[in-house]
Ligand binder design. Structure first.
Ligand code: ADP
Ligand code: F6P
Length: 483
C-alpha cells in the first residue's frame, strides 16, 4: 500500500535528465549500492535540487527493470528503465555516437543509424510519460541536455497545462554541422515544444535560432522563434544564454576544512614535493584535449625545458562511456602515451605522469585542486567545463593558476585565466612555461578576479535565472538576474 501511495506523488518542479544523480551498481553477491553519477550535469543539478522541493526523472545507470521511485537527499527520484538494446542504441548510439560528435565539432566522425533514431524517440517518449506522471497541475518541467531533445514537444502534447524549459549542457553546433543530421527538423520540432530554451553561451543560442531559420524557414526575431503547435496555434519560444556554474559556497566551505587542507599537503608530499604540480581532471573523453596536453608536456620534457620530478603532471581521467568505440580508442591512445612518457622520463618512485583512471569523493577532488600549481583545462570543445570553476572555487588561498582553452564555455566568463588554443602545441607549451615563470603576485591577482566572477555567478543564481526565464517566457523577466 505504501508503495502505491508513494508513486502517486506529484511535484510543482520536475526535472528530467538522462541520468539520476545516483547510479545503481549491483555487486557480484546481488546486493545493490548507489554511487554518485559522473558528469557536470549531476554536479550542478544535485546542488540545485538539494535547495528545492522537486522530482528528478532519470535513468539509474543499469539496464532492466527500473527501481521503484524513492527519496534521496530531499529529492524524489523517479527512475526510467532502459533495456540492454536501448542502452546500446539510444544512449551509446544516438546520444553519444551521433549527437555528441556533431555537437562537438565532429572531433571524431558521427555515425547515423535509423534504428538508433527510432530508439531515441522511444526512450524520449518514456521520459515524457514519466515526467507527466510526477508533474502537478501547472508544474514547471525542466528538461536537460541533448539526450532528451524530443521530450519538450512530447510533454506539451500530453500536458498543455505545464511550463516547459530545456537546458543544453553541451554546445549547440553551427548550422553546417547540425544540418548533417537526417532528423534535424524532428529535433528542432521537439525542442520547440518548450516555452524557454537555455544555452551555455549566446553563440549556442544563435546557432539554434539560425538552424530554425535556415533549415526550416521559421521566423526569428531577436531571441524569439515563432512555431506552430500541431493544433495550428502560433507560439513564440525564447532561446537565450544562461551559463551554468558551481556551488561556490558549498565547495569553498569544503575546501577550507582542515582535513582537505591537510590532504592537499599530503598529496604534494607523496608526489615528492615537486616545484610545480600540473593537474588535469576530466572524463576520459576525446573532447577534453587530454592527448594535446600530454603532448605539450612530453615535448617540454624532451627538449629539456622542464624536468621530472621537479615538474610533475597528475592526470585524473574518470572512466566514461566505455563501450563506445571512440572512447575505447581514446583510452588506448592516452594509456599508450602515458606509458611512453613514463618509460622515458620517470625515475624509480617518481613517475613523470601520475595517471588515475578512477572516480574520487568531492573532498579528495578539492584537495587535488589545492595541491595543483597549474590546472590544465584544455578541451577542444566543451559546453562550459565546471572543473575550471571548481578549481578557482577551491583556491581560497588565491594560489594556483588556471590554463583554459578558448573552446570552453568557461573561457567566455573567466577572461583572467591563461588562455590557450589546445591545437597549437607550441602555444600550449609556451603558456605552461609562462605560468611557471610568472611572479606569484601576478598569478594571485588573476586568481582573485576569477574567484570573484565565480562567486558572483554561482549555480543557485544560474537556476534562479533559468526558472525566472521559464516563468515569464516568451517575455524576459522584468528584472535581469544575470550580469
Ligand atoms: P563533463 O560534464 O563533460 O564531465 P565538467 O567539467 O563540466 O565536464 O564536469 C565534470 C564534473 O565531474 C565536475 O564536477 C568534476 O569535479 C567531476 N569529476 C571529474 N572527474 C572526476 C573524478 N575522477 N572523480 C570525481 N569527480 C570527478
Ligand atoms: O553535459 C555533458 C554530459 O553528457 C551530461 O549529460 C552527463 O552528465 C555527463 O556528460 C556524463 O556523461 P554520461 O552520462 O554519458 O556518463
Amino acid at each position: 500500500v505504501q508503495f502505491f501511495v508513494a508513486t502517486q506523488r506529484v511535484f510543482d518542479l520536475v526535472i528530467a535528465a538522462n541520468r539520476l544523480p545516483v547510479d545503481r551498481v549491483v555487486g557480484a553477491d546481488g546486493t545493490s549500492q548507489w554511487h554518485r553519477s559522473p558528469g557536470g550535469l549531476v554536479t550542478a543539478m544535485d546542488s540545485v535540487m538539494r535547495h528545492r522541493e522537486g522530482a528528478w526523472v532519470g535513468w539509474a545507470g543499469e539496464t532492466g527493470e527500473a527501481p521503484a521511485p524513492f527519496e534521496e537527499g530531499g529529492m524524489w527520484l523517479h527512475p526510467v528503465a532502459l533495456s540492454d538494446e536501448e542502452r546500446e542504441t539510444y544512449y551509446e548510439g544516438f546520444s553519444n555516437d551521433t549527437l555528441w560528435p556533431i555537437y562537438h565539432d565532429v572531433i571524431v566522425p558521427a555515425h547515423f543509424h535509423r534504428e538508433w533514431w527510432r530508439s531515441y524517440r522511444t526512450v524520449n517518449e518514456r521520459f515524457a510519460d514519466a515526467v507527466c506522471q510526477v508533474a502537478a497541475q501547472g508544474a514547471k518541467v525542466w528538461i536537460h541536455d541533448y539526450q532528451l531533445q524530443l521530450v519538450p514537444a512530447m510533454v506539451r502534447e500530453r500536458r498543455p497545462d505545464v511550463r516547459i524549459g530545456w537546458f543544453n549542457h553541451i554546445p549547440f553546433p553551427p548550422v553546417e554541422l547540425f544540418a548533417q543530421l537526417p532528423w534535424r527538423s524532428r529535433i528542432l520540432e521537439g525542442l520547440l515544444g518548450a516555452d524557454y530554451l537555455g544555452f551555455q553561451r549566446t553563440p549556442d543560442a544563435q546557432n539554434f535560432l539560425r538552424a530554425c531559420r535556415q533549415l526550416d524557414g521559421r521566423t526569428t526575431k531577436g531571441d524569439l522563434v515563432t512555431t506552430q503547435d500541431p493544433d495550428g496555434t502560433s507560439r513564440r519560444v525564447r532561446a537565450s544564454a544562461v551559463p551554468i556554474s558551481v556551488d561556490h559556497q558549498g565547495l569553498e566551505e569544503l575546501a577550507r576544512t582542515e582535513s582537505v587542507q591537510e590532504r592537499a599537503k599530503e598529496i604534494r608530499a607523496s608526489l615528492g614535493d615537486p616545484e610545480v604540480v600540473m593537474l588535469g581532471v576530466d572524463r576520459l573523453d576525446y573532447t577534453k584535449g587530454i592527448r594535446h596536453r600530454l603532448k605539450a608536456y612530453e615535448e617540454l620534457l624532451a627538449d629539456g625545458t622542464i624536468s621530472s620530478p621537479k615538474v610533475t603532471f597528475v592526470q585524473v581521467a574518470t572512466p566514461s562511456r566505455e563501450r563506445v568505440e571512440a572512447y575505447k580508442r581514446l583510452r588506448t591512445e592516452v594509456e599508450t602515451v602515458v606509458g611512453h612518457i613514463n618509460g622515458a622520463y620517470s625515475a624509480i618512485g617518481a613517475p613523470a605522469v601520475h595517471y588515475l583512471h578512477q572516480s574520487y569523493p568531492r573532498a579528495e577532488m578539492a584537495a587535488l585542486f589545492q595541491a595543483a600549481d597549474i590546472m590544465l583545462v584544455t578541451p577542444l570543445r566543451d559546453g562550459m567545463n565546471l572543473v575550471a570553476k571548481e578549481y578557482v572555487t577551491c583556491r581560497h588561498d588565491d594560489g594556483g593558476a588556471l590554463v583554459l582553452s578558448e573552446f570552453t564555455g568557461a573561457w567566455h566568463e573567466l577572461r583572467q585565466a591563461f588562455v590557450c588554443n589546445p591545437h597549437d602545441i607550441e602555444g600550449l607549451k609556451q603558456v605552461m612555461l609562462r605560468v611557471m615563470s610568472l611572479p606569484a603576485k601576478d598569478k594571485r591577482r588573476a586568481m582573485r578576479a576569477l574567484r570573484r566572477r565565480v562567486a558572483d555567478n554561482d549555480v543557485q543564481r544560474w537556476a534562479d535565472t533559468f526558472l525566472a526565464n521559464l516563468e515569464t517566457a516568451p517575455e524576459r523577466p522584468s528584472r535581469a538576474t544575470t550580469k
